[in-house]
Design a protein around this ligand. Sequence first.
Ligand SMILES: C[S@@+](CC[C@H](N)C(=O)[O-])C[C@H]1O[C@@H](n2cnc3c(N)ncnc32)[C@H](O)[C@@H]1O
Length: 202
Amino acid sequence: MAEAEVPATYAWPTNGHLIEEVARLGYLTRGMMTLDPTYGHGVFWRRWKPDVLIASDLKEAKSPWGASVDFRDLPWGDGLFDAVVFDPPYKLNGEPDEEVDERYGVDERTRWQDRMQLIHDGLDECVRVLRKKKPRTLLLKCQDQVVSGRIRWQTRVFADQVEAHGLRLVDRFDLLGSCRPQPSGRRQVHAHCRPSSLLVFQ
Ligand SMILES: C[S@@+](CC[C@H](N)C(=O)[O-])C[C@H]1O[C@@H](n2cnc3c(N)ncnc32)[C@H](O)[C@@H]1O
């Protein structure tokens, strides 16, 4: 791909490839002091990394900060970070899959409403610790998905929440993944196999 050609929708092999594109467009820069409060296995940062990356996770073993940090109660002051990259456990349903569930941080059964609330609460905290003036960037990974026969438009409800804080949705990357066939006998009335989305706010 030529330097400026970054597609909005693509099957990037990993989230790390996607972050590299986000940086290529200048939404993240090396000099931005960046927080990742959902570090997990650190896949996001395997190809590109800012000079200062503060990273944490609820699971102590996955938290480079060295302690468990709940993203609903971040131990950092208001407006400290130039960039915050939030990749919460956004998967709301589906057949349990130990490996995937561990990676997505959804290895405990939770009602989808409670999982949505968890993300709402985390987002408010991410905005709190984000710099109040430009240049600043908030990245949110989420996915529109069907639960109990209705589409839960995560991209829409979370964008509305963040924009109510005065940030603006300036870009969106849709990452195409592999498609799982519907279990037999289940009537699927909506289009399925939606991409996961990376929303960029400034
Ligand atoms: C989708 S995964 C993040 C994957 C990560 N971006 C990577 O590159 O590997 C979500 C992560 O959020 C963490 N998590 C879940 N609830 C949390 C909470 N309340 N506070 C902080 N981290 C949480 C999980 O442990 C999991 O590592």
